[in-house]
Design a protein around this ligand. Structure first.
Ligand SMILES: C[S@@+](CC[C@H](N)C(=O)[O-])C[C@H]1O[C@@H](n2cnc3c(N)ncnc32)[C@H](O)[C@@H]1O
Length: 459
């Protein structure tokens, strides 16, 4: 999901270099704004214990797959008719192609063939799902609500413009309808469990991002035509998942309150939003896809879909970090709540709460000063520093290039004065998940060998 707003994949080696220089003994990471989960994924495949949290449901799905898969998924409840040899070859080739692009980040110690073989049952089910979805000709919710061929896709904007949503080509929408309804039926019939649904949805979500007729986010779509990316046929690839021993905690929750119920981690890596854009509005469609197989009543959910973008307004979350006047208070509470000795925060000094949107060409350093004041607060941190990404690259990372994208990127690092032991597993669920009957499926989970303090908490 390289197009995700604020995704840190290009900064991973740099964050790694920085952490190794500042906290060389660290082996565990709390990532409360996990998004694509790329940061946790990177450290997990280097042997770290991880914890990921995000308010977006789709991020939870990715986390369950990328961080929580500790053995080969079996899909034993589903009649796995063998995929055609030609389909398998294509899937294998695509998998290898991805490993060339991003394998150094997410599968550093594994041969692509070995990693693919461990996912063999998943690849067979995906190939079968591909065949089923390709044959679908019956419009379902995606075609109806999200394409111009649908009966329920009409919108009127606040400015009075009328039209039909135009998120997908017709064939891709029919495909997506077929894939999602099949996954839902398999889940409802008990043929697959929720962990298996998450694996299939990971493939679906990553392809939605590639083939949607949007300019990066789902806040709007190309109104008048289908762009070339959206003309590509939907293709379910095998995600680059590493099936290795893992210790991870995953939550779909508000970071500030969830931080108070995660265990002890060496590093808390903070990558919050820095402007007014609410991710739950910009990525509503991915959160709907993530919910689809589990919604007790899809029709009731869809009946409320509104706005040009086609979001159910009740399926939303207003993050404190997207309000200039709430940002610092929320950040302080989060830092205070997390049981982590080191806090590392990514700060982007471009368009943000403190650099007026209309005057981004002349950014001020007000935001830098404001965050600096939090890290300089001796009640929170006994020592702290801020380093620009360009300096980190110069000092801790040998690879050159990409200098331009690093301008305005900073890392703050603070060493906590005191920490507290958190009561575990008391993360409050999101109101939207409660409202739509999804809290049990999207509950906080801990995957891995039981830890002594968890046993104590349970006992
Ligand atoms: C800058 S992005 C993080 C990107 C991530 N590091 C990556 O590499 O993909 C910020 C993330 O914070 C999430 N978010 C915003 N407010 C939140 C909150 N109060 N609690 C938890 N997550 C939140 C958004 O959904 C988004 O995924």
């Amino acid at each position: 999901m390289e197009k995700y707003l604020g995704n840190k994949s290009s900064l991973l080696p740099l964050i790694d270099g920085f952490l190794r220089s500042r906290v060389p003994t660290a082996g565990s990471l709390l990532d409360p704004f996990a998004g694509t989960t790329n940061v946790s994924r990177y450290f997990r495949t280097r042997g770290w214990k991880t914890a990921a949290c995000d308010v977006s449901r789709f991020s939870y799905v990715l986390a369950r797959s990328y961080l929580g898969t500790n053995e080969s998924p079996l899909f034993s409840g589903i009649g796995r008719k063998s995929a055609r040899e030609s389909q398998r070859r294509v899937l294998r080739r695509e998998f290898e192609r991805s490993t060339v692009k991003i394998g150094a980040l997410y599968l550093p110690d594994q041969e692509p063939a070995e990693a693919f073989n461990a996912l063999e049952p998943l690849s067979t089910v995906l190939a079968n799902l591909q065949s089923i979805a390709e044959l679908n000709r019956k419009p379902g919710p995606i075609t109806s609500y999200y394409t111009k061929w649908g009966k329920r896709s009409a919108y009127t904007s606040v400015r009075g413009t009328a039209g039909h949503r135009n998120y997908f080509s017709k064939s891709n929408a029919l495909f997506l309808d077929g894939a999602l309804q099949t996954i839902r039926q398999w889940f409802i019939s008990g043929a697959i469990d929720s962990s298996e649904v998450f694996l299939l949805l990971t493939s679906v979500l990553e392809e939605v991002v590639i083939t949607a007729n949007v300019n990066g986010t789902f806040h709007d779509f190309n109104r008048y035509r289908i762009w070339p990316n959206a003309e590509q046929s939907f293709f379910l690839r095998v995600p680059l998942i590493s099936c290795t021993d893992t210790t991870t905690a995953i939550a779909n929750a508000d970071a500030t309150s969830a931080a108070a119920s995660f265990g002890r981690y060496d590093v808390c890596y903070l990558d919050p939003p820095y402007n007014f854009r609410q991710y739950s509005a910009y990525y509503h469609f991915l959160n709907f896809v993530a919910a689809f197989p589990f919604l007790p009543d899809v029709e009731t959910y869809l009946d409320e879909v509104t706005h040009v973008r086609g979001q159910n307004p009740e399926d939303d979350f207003a993050s404190d970090f997207c309000y200039r006047d709430r940002f610092v208070g929320a950040l302080r509470r989060l830092i205070d709540n997390a049981d982590c000795e080191h806090v590392v925060l990514s700060y982007y000094g471009g368009r943000n709460h403190w650099n007026h949107w209309a005057r981004v060409d002349t950014p001020t350093d007000e935001g830098l000063h404001i965050i600096n004041a939090v890290f300089a607060d001796k009640t929170l941190f006994k020592e702290s520093e801020v380093v620009s990404a360009l300096d980190i690259r110069k000092n801790y990372q040998s690879r050159g290039g990409e200098q331009k994208s690093l301008v305005n990127e900073y890392l703050f690092h603070g060493v906590r004065r005191t920490r507290r032991r958190n009561p575990l597993d008391q993360t409050p669920s999101l109101p939207a998940n409660d409202r739509f009957g999804l809290s049990e499926i999207f509950r906080p989970v801990f995957i891995g060998p039981p830890e002594p303090h968890r046993l104590l908490a349970a006992g």
